[in-house]
Design a protein around this ligand. Structure first.
Ligand code: TYM
Length: 329
């Protein structure tokens, strides 16, 4: 069976960008693939966190993964810090990742600009840990949004470098990026990607329907007097973003959407997109709330997940330790 793996940082509440860019493409393939999905809590502490919030959000994220359709019977769901092999392989890969490569990572540049008072070593070497997350499980595909492509490419380079020295240790993974939803933009600032740091332009999975609708009604479009719903990323970024969201929610093509709203204007289009998102998220929200209330169930899921993940991860780690010359214990 082919293997698929991905993770999300529990650094804030999950939003529509996380869902359309990543999670939506995870569950669909559980029968074809051996799937590993985790809460990247170790990555999250590269930026200061309130401990109680991190703990709560990690469990909420797990409940939301399940509510999004990731059946724990078919997918291995785990918490990164429960599988110590991530930190161990992360260290080894640090020694095979170049300072120059890490310096070129756009996520590092963005985050160090935003957190100028805490540019720590972990923030810088974050991509080596991410490479370890991935390579431990020898996945074929890593389903992520556009913004993580650079990290997956670095992972490929590090794996190739390691294999070149020691023989075939790692499978070289491919990023798996969706056609619609790979880069969901902020609703009120469509030149920036949707992120929790700009909450007014961001739709959270657990948000109330009326709040979601309000955000869509206020979404920034453009000053086109015709109010034409047409896909043009460069000249009409706000409309193109709404069309992307609508397409990802309904499966309709851009031509179909243009036809559907022909001559109707933004006043009809925006609430229609809001409605499609509300319909998509309503069952997820209700299911997540139900699951979150069952702490014993969540615990059983992450226990089983960590056990399964550790078993697989240890096989790779053992091979790596041997290759680099560590004495077997
Ligand atoms: P993170 O936690 O920032 O985001 C999680 C996933 O959501 C996608 N995403 C988006 N997709 C479309 N539009 C958006 N506006 C948007 N915002 C976020 C991201 O591309 C990602 O797929 N480094 C990773 C977490 C990670 C990881 C890994 C991922 C750690 N180890 C191993 C894959 C494999 C991150 O910061 O994603």
């Amino acid at each position: 069976k082919k293997v698929m793996l991905s993770g999300i940082q529990p650094s804030g509440d999950l939003h529509l960008g996380n869902y359309l860019g990543a999670i939506k493409n995870w569950g669909a393939r559980a029968d074809e693939f051996d799937c590993y999905y985790f809460m990247a809590d170790m990555h999250t502490i590269t930026v200061r966190q309130t401990p109680a919030d991190l703990r709560r959000r990690t469990l909420e994220q797990l409940a939301q993964y399940i509510a999004c359709g990731l059946d724990p019977e078919k997918n291995t769901l785990f918490i990164q810090s429960h599988v110590h092999q991530h930190a161990e392989l992360g260290w080894v890969l640090n020694c095979y990742t170049m300072f120059g490569e890490l310096s070129r990572m756009t996520q590092f540049k963005d985050k160090s600009a935003k957190n100028a008072d805490n540019i720590n070593g972990g923030l810088f070497t974050y991509p080596s840990l991410m490479a370890a997350d991935i390579l431990l499980y020898q996945p074929d595909f890593v389903p992520v949004g556009e913004d993580q492509k650079q990290h997956v490419e670095l992972t490929r380079n590090v794996a190739q470098r390691f294999n070149h020295i020691y023989g075939d240790v790692f499978k070289i993974p491919e990023p798996y990026i969706p056609k619609a939803g790979a880069r969901v933009m902020s609703l009120n600032a469509p030149e920036s990607k949707m992120s929790k740091s700009m909450p007014e332009g961001c739709v959270f999975l657990m948000e109330k329907p009326e709040d979601i609708q309000r955000k869509f009604k206020r979404a920034v479009t453009d000053s086109d007097t015709e109010h034409c719903v047409r896909y043009d990323r460069e000249h009409k970024p706000g409309v193109a973003n709404l069309m992307q969201i609508y397409s990802a929610c309904t499966g309709k093509s851009y031509e179909e959407i243009e036809r559907e709203f022909d001559g109707q204007g933004y006043g009809v289009f925006k609430p229609a997109v809001g409605e499609a998102v509300v319909d998509l998220l309503r069952p997820i929200r209700e299911e997540a709330q139900r699951i979150l209330a069952d702490k014993a169930y969540l615990e059983s899921v992450y226990h089983a997940g960590a056990e399964k993940a550790s078993y697989v991860a240890q096989k790779t780690l053992r091979k790596v330790y041997k290759k680099v010359g560590f004495v077997a214990r």
